[in-house]
Design a protein around this ligand. Structure first.
Ligand code: BTN
Length: 243
């Protein structure tokens, strides 16, 4: 595995995206930073991390023949890889909160930001950013955040966590090229947070309502059973799950 180690950077995703514009970056190349000064999260949010305690890294992955409509396969593979790696490290009750928040019980312990490079109707490469709360013990103004140390009880070596997660993610990503996308989707569905349980959701407007997560569509939309027992599909921007 080729790993570029940085002491500080704005965002490992930005760094890797710029690097890939300037020169040929090897498939599977990883950039890890001890400190991220402007970490980015999903939907233009920021990602907070603590120097030397959090793991912040990005991986570059090329795809030979991946159609845009298959892009959710990347989300399935990466989320599943992170989930399996953390489970292997004895973190309890690790689940994927749709689409790609990694939870232990009902606290978020890791986040994923995938940014893809498109050419015509294909995805040619993605920068896959992963932030893991490893040895933090306090989170200011983040009541739903936790770390793997808090959930497991032991401190972890950042480098070991990096290797464990990166290997698991790369393995799952390779399954996309082996045409195992349907299997990936099925396995992703088995680790979905609150699957088959009644949970509370909110659309862009309107009151909170009860629903049951039943799975995801091929293109990654959430399949939610409503109170009339009808299955509805939602895209990320359309709905949020209230904890
Ligand atoms: C989220 O849950 O909102 C996604 C968080 C992704 C954070 C990681 S940390 C490494 C990489 N660099 C970034 O700027 N963001 C991702």
């Amino acid at each position: 595995m080729k790993i570029i180690k940085l002491s500080a950077i704005d965002s490992t995703n930005n760094y890797l995206k710029n690097l890939s514009k300037e020169k040929l970056v090897k498939d599977g190349c990883i950039v890890v930073a001890r400190q991220q000064k402007k970490g980015r999260g999903q939907m233009n949010n920021t990602w907070q991390s603590q120097e030397g305690k959090s793991l912040t890294f990005s991986m570059f992955k090329r795809f030979d023949c991946l159609k845009i409509e298959e892009q959710s396969a990347i989300t399935f593979a990466v989320s599943l890889g992170v989930q399996l790696a953390l489970k292997k490290m004895n973190i309890p009750a690790v689940r994927v909160k749709w689409p790609n928040d990694i939870m232990s019980y009902n606290k978020k312990i890791a986040g994923i930001l995938i940014e893809s490079n498109l050419q015509k109707d294909r995805i040619v490469a993605s920068v896959i950013g992963i932030g893991v709360n490893v040895n933090e013990t306090e989170f200011t103004n983040l009541p739903h955040a936790s770390s793997i140390k808090l959930e497991n009880g032991n401190a972890f070596d950042l480098e070991e966590v990096l290797h464990c997660i990166a290997e698991a993610v790369l393995f799952q990503l390779q399954r996309i090229e082996k045409k195992e996308v349907d299997l990936l989707k099925n396995e992703y569905e088995t680790v979905l947070f609150k699957k088959n349980n009644v949970s509370v959701f909110q659309k862009k407007t309107g009151n909170p309502f009860n629903g049951i997560i039943r799975g995801v569509s091929k293109s990654g939309e959430l399949l939610l059973e409503n109170e009339d027992e009808q299955l509805e599909k939602f895209e990320l921007k359309e709905i949020k799950m209230l904890l």
